[in-house]
Write a protein that binds this ligand. Structure first.
Ligand code: PMV
Length: 334
């Protein structure tokens, strides 16, 4: 089949409990191989829906607005990659990509994980290629590292692998969503424009931060400890690893030259209030990505009290409570 069908996919966003930060050497660099493995929780309340359909010319619509920018270029580069991976030769047929992000509006929350996972599933289904999740995860990774993890629900691990072709750098599900009824509170703080994109931030950390080597060296041990704690549903042990992974990553950024940070003042206030709440018996553990929001891992029973407490802090815009989310899914429409 050298034409496109119409296919639609839904993929849920994920938050890394053990972080990916930094890329290892790869040839070509577009393989996008991580220097550290990562372990994530897929979220029920945040997702992207994407449709890929035949069209007279390439067109990318996101949340109702047509884009002809860098975001659009990345989307079509991903479709080109999928076309080759599906075994087709020649030029890829033009496609209309329509994507809707079901993420809190204007929150500045990364949508690249759910976005590239949904695009990869819908695109491959539209092209009639193989829908095996492992290889699709490797393809999603080339759009965005975190997207490799969003093909599955529940708890997902992505090892960094050692092969230069990246074929051993594929995510896999560890435990399904119903393994453990935890919550992840997304504590949104006011955000401006991101100081530095994640790829540039990773490169600056790798090339200038004296802490980078230590960060990479410790990552496999963090992953294994986190996986064991997850298997035992041991929140205190898992939470300690989650915070250690997060703060090592952010320390690495602060020690870069020139230094940078994605935090604002409220980010730190939320972390301090969370630590105080923990002292007082309300256990939650923080993680922060390439943005100013704080994500808090806690038991379901603790979530309402913790969400209320953190939501009352000055500078906190909203708190959204997420539970473990489902696998990504797709359907071929015509
Ligand atoms: O996948 P990217 O390029 O958006 O990078 C993700 C980096 C972090 O969100 C900070 C960590 C992670 O593992 O998701």
């Amino acid at each position: 089949m050298s034409t496109l069908r119409t296919a639609r996919a839904v993929a849920h966003s994920n938050i890394a409990l053990c972080k990916y930060w930094g890329k290892r050497a790869s040839d070509p660099p577009s393989l996008n191989l991580p220097a550290t493995g990562s372990l994530s929780l897929t979220l029920d309340a945040l997702w992207t829906e994407t449709e890929v359909a035949p069209a007279a010319q390439d067109r990318f619509e996101l949340d109702g607005a047509v884009h002809a920018d860098d975001a659009a270029r990345k989307v079509f580069a991903q479709l080109d990659r999928l076309w080759r991976a599906a075994g087709h030769g020649g030029a890829r047929p033009a496609a209309a990509v329509r994507s809707v992000n079901h993420l809190p509006t204007a929150a500045g929350l990364a949508s690249s994980a759910s976005g590239f996972a949904a695009l990869t599933l819908a695109g491959m289904a539209a092209m009639g290629g193989a829908m095996e999740r492992g290889p699709l995860s490797a393809l999603a990774r080339q759009g965005s590292g975190s997207a490799a993890r969003s093909l599955w629900g529940g708890f997902v691990r992505l090892d960094r692998g050692v092969r230069p072709d990246g074929e051993d750098c594929v995510a896999r599900p560890l435990f399904p969503a119903n393994h453990w009824d935890v919550r992840l509170l997304v504590v949104q703080t006011t955000s401006g424009k991101k100081a530095i994109g994640s790829t540039a931030g990773m490169e600056r950390s790798r090339t200038t931060s004296p802490y980078y080597a230590a960060w990479v060296d410790g990552s496999d041990a963090d992953l294994d400890r986190a996986q064991q704690a997850l298997a035992a549903r041991d929140l205190a042990t898992l939470g300690a690893v989650v915070e250690h992974s997060c703060f090592k990553m952010h320390a690495c950024m602060l020690a870069s030259q020139p230094p940078f940070s994605y935090w604002n003042g409220t980010t730190l206030e939320v972390v301090r209030a969370l630590w105080a709440a923990r002292e007082a018996g309300l256990a939650g553990y923080a993680t922060i990505d390439a943005g100013p929001h704080v994500k808090v891992l806690c038991e379901a029973a603790t979530a309402p009290a913790l969400a209320k407490r953190l939501g009352e802090l000055p500078g906190v815009v909203a708190v959204q409570t997420c539970a473990p989310g489902p696998d990504a899914s797709h359907e071929v429409l015509s």
